[in-house]
Design a protein around this ligand. Structure first.
Ligand SMILES: Cc1cc2nc3c(=O)[nH]c(=O)nc-3n(C[C@H](O)[C@H](O)[C@H](O)COP(=O)(O)O)c2cc1C
Length: 228
């Protein structure tokens, strides 16, 4: 690090420290804190600065609880996928290996073995409890803007996760919620001209919970870049 890069150590700490949280304290965040996180995330780059991202955020414990109950009922009664965007049918090869690695780390942290189908299903269903997070953000983009709006939204989601972490707030990006996009949009009055990307559950992490102890791995630089 040189005097030209005073923020390098901070960004290094933030990108190394952030993780997907799956157990939360039952404690609401101040509205000003949530607004500060969103404001920081909104500085993300986007194609021609169109800033296609939109969010609906549950502001109180009560509104989150009402949505949680409704979503769990929906997921129980209508388990089939109703997503705006197609989910990948499978992850083959190295992508399948990485997916399995993350899944094994998660389930092992909870003492759930590969043959324990019942507890695995219960843990998977905790997605629809939003892991008891005190808030959830629903991220959408206008359908008419096509794939590059999805690229922009991905950058925005990533910034939101880091901005939250920089504020001491833990996050769970959740594709699982987009599985019920039709329901989620209807619940929050989001028009079908918007496509739901994902949810982001967030709040203060339950720091000592076993599920928050494991960390995922990453491929090395040489595995993802070819210098030409
Ligand atoms: C778009 C997106 C959707 C995700 N959906 C889920 C989800 O539905 N449930 C979940 O537990 N984690 C979900 N994750 C979290 C990933 O599993 C996690 O980011 C990945 O395993 C890397 O771990 P880390 O975030 O702790 O570094 C999602 C992440 C992203 C970026």
């Amino acid at each position: 690090m040189t005097s030209h890069t005073p923020d390098l150590a901070a960004l290094d700490r933030l990108t190394r420290g952030r993780f997907t949280c799956r157990a939360y304290e039952h404690k609401a965040l101040d509205a000003a804190l949530i607004r500060s996180i969103v404001g920081m995330a909104s500085r993300s780059a986007s194609w021609c600065n169109v800033q296609p991202w939109q969010m609906v955020i549950t502001e109180t414990l009560e509104s989150t609880e009402r949505f949680r109950e409704a979503l769990m009922a929906r997921a129980s009664n209508h388990p089939e996928s109703e997503s705006d965007l197609p989910f990948p049918p499978h992850h083959k090869g190295i992508y399948g290996e990485r997916r399995r690695g993350a899944g094994i780390a998660l389930y092992t942290s909870l003492g759930i073995g590969p043959k324990d189908a019942e507890r695995s299903a219960q843990q998977a269903f905790r997605n629809f409890r939003m892991f008891d997070a005190p808030h959830v953000a629903i991220v959408t983009v206008p359908a008419e803007l096509g794939p590059y709006a999805l690229v922009d939204a991905g950058g925005f989601v990533s910034s939101f996760l880091l901005a939250a972490y920089a504020h001491g707030v833990a996050t769970t990006p959740q594709g699982a919620l987009a599985r019920h996009a039709y329901f989620v949009r209807e619940y929050f009055g989001i028009p079908d001209t918007q496509h739901m990307i994902c949810g982001i559950s967030f709040g203060y992490a339950e720091a000592g919970h076993p599920v928050n102890q494991f960390r995922t791995t990453r491929a090395g630089v040489d595995d993802l870049v070819r210098f030409a």
